[in-house]
Design a protein around this ligand. Structure first.
Ligand code: NAD
Length: 456
């Protein structure tokens, strides 16, 4: 692993082989049929809390690792990558204690027991952008449900998962219940198609998610897909720009713009578009671009040379397609050793253009003017994706009404919260299938069984 800031060596990481995966899946199958699957929710909650505390006790170390391996700014790494992951686990610990794993319901001849039992062996496939957080979304749900899980981190950001493995050992999570296998897409495919895997939880690009979903469909495997996004932040005409602009830009540019739920389409009233664009540009110019380890840095490098090429391709395309480049667009001066792209803002963007429809996954935002609220809602919904979004207004009731019309899995009013750690997260349309976190997230690792009780 090399740092995207200056290419220095961060770690040397072994890659798991298909034989390692086979051994991990056999151990997981043994755990499924051993005592783990029938432990009480309270016992499992205790294990999950141990893991959360273990991550918190090593938070600075973990944040440093993630910053080094994929360039996340230090301040985002600590809160957005590590402490948020611990918070997700705490949510699942509470759910393990309270989830209704069994309920008695009336039946035709007598009562029935409706039982929620572990789905089987799960495979969790994780991208590089928020590696520990996404791992914990899958890990916490699987542990809460009692389903053993084999997790595959991405080749670009596997190092924090080695610390997580140590934390799991310290927490006495039994053998086979969790295995972590760093590897590439071929290992991912091996897991997806493996006969010992009953459920796949995949987070990554929509292109790869389509393939994973198709393979799962053929084999009738349970499957959760968390994919890409192109979310809209709607600035209503009564929004207070002084409070809206910094939060909205953070929701679009955090983690160097590499967040699936990033709000990369900023919808503004046509009549005041210039005022909003000026306020956005003024704020973008205050952002500190540079070494992600520096505490003051707002924007670090993107993850790789390939990712920078991709982002720059979209910037060229945006400019050539008639969008107005109002700031950024180039490489920042003095940072030639890393994969940097200036925070970039396009105004007067056509919602039908590629930079408005496709996920750029870098610090590039589009500003799209709208005529009235109905037009804003129509533009927000006119996207192949449906992951997240926000509405900004002086009138919270009006904001909630508009949020209710947006076809996305999450929509915040007057905050840049893109993921709510104790509530369901997932996508409409090409942003995915299924939900993670909250009770819905636990449910995704369960099968439902009806036991018909003897007639009275
Ligand atoms: P990616 O699709 O290239 O890879 C994601 C993971 O899947 C990696 O571990 C990779 O090795 C593995 N993989 C790739 N192809 C596979 C295949 N055919 N079969 C099995 N495994 C395969 O994505 P990435 O570049 O690592 O991550 C960025 C993408 O992830 C963006 O599109 C982003 O929007 C998305 N993402 C979505 C969410 C969400 O919750 N919706 C969260 C974070 C990232």
């Amino acid at each position: 692993m090399r740092s995207p800031h200056d290419q220095r060596l961060v770690a040397v990481v072994p890659r798991a082989t298909p034989a390692d995966a086979d051994a991990a899946l056999q151990a997981a199958t043994a755990a499924l049929h051993g005592p783990w699957a029938t432990t009480s929710g309270t016992d499992r909650a205790e294990r999950i809390r141990h893991v959360s505390l273990g991550l918190q006790s090593r938070a600075d170390e973990l944040a440093g690792i993630i910053t080094d391996e994929m360039g996340s700014p230090a301040k985002f790494s600590l809160f957005g990558q590590v402490l948020a992951a611990a918070m997700v686990l705490e949510g699942f610990a509470d759910l393990a204690e309270t989830f209704p794993f069994v309920a008695e319901r009336p039946g035709v001849v007598g009562p029935c027991l409706v039982q929620k039992v572990p789905v089987g062996v799960a495979a969790g496939i994780v991208p590089w952008n928020v590696p520990l957080f996404i791992t914990c979304m899958k890990l916490g749900a699987a542990l809460a449900a009692g389903a053993p899980i084999v997790i595959k981190p991405s080749p670009e950001a596997p190092v924090s998962s080695f610390v997580l493995a140590e934390v799991l050992l310290d927490a006495d999570v039994p053998p086979g219940v969790v295995s972590i296998l760093p590897g590439d897409a071929d290992l991912g495919r091996h897991l997806v198609t493996h006969p010992l895997v009953d459920k796949v939880s995949f987070t990554g690009s929509t292109a790869a998610g389509r393939q994973v979903g198709a393979l799962c469909g053929e084999m009738v495997k349970r499957c959760t897909l968390e994919l890409g996004g192109k979310s809209a932040g709607i600035v209503l005409d009564d929004a207070d720009l002084a409070t809206t602009v910094p939060q909205l830009l953070d929701a679009g540019l955090q983690n160097n713009g590499q967040v699936c739920a990033a709000q990369t389409r900023i919808l503004v009233p046509r009549g005041s578009a210039d005022v909003v664009v000026d306020a956005l540009v003024d704020h973008v110019r205050t952002l500190v671009v540079g070494d992600p380890r520096a505490p003051e840095t707002d924007i670090g490098p993107v993850v790789s040379a390939r990712q920078r090429d991709r982002v720059e391709g979209y910037v060229r395309e945006g400019a050539a397609g008639g969008a107005r480049l109002v700031c950024g667009g180039g490489r920042p001066v003095g940072l030639d050793g890393g994969f940097y792209v200036e925070p970039t803002l396009f105004a007067d963007v056509d919602n039908a253009s590629r930079i408005a429809r496709e996920e750029v996954f870098g610090p590039v935002l589009t500003v799209i003017p709208y005529r009235d609220v109905d037009h804003a809602v129509a533009l927000a919904n006119d996207s192949p994706f449906g992951l997240s979004g926000s509405v900004w207004t002086a009138d919270p009731e009006r904001g909630v009404a508009v949020a209710g019309r947006i076809r996305t899995g999450t929509c915040a009013v007057n905050s840049g919260v893109v993921v709510e750690p104790r509530n369901p997260f997932g996508g409409f349309k090409s942003s995915g299938v299924g939900r993670e976190m909250g009770p819905e997230g636990v449910e995704a690792y369960l099968e439902t069984r009806t036991v018909v009780l003897p007639p009275a």
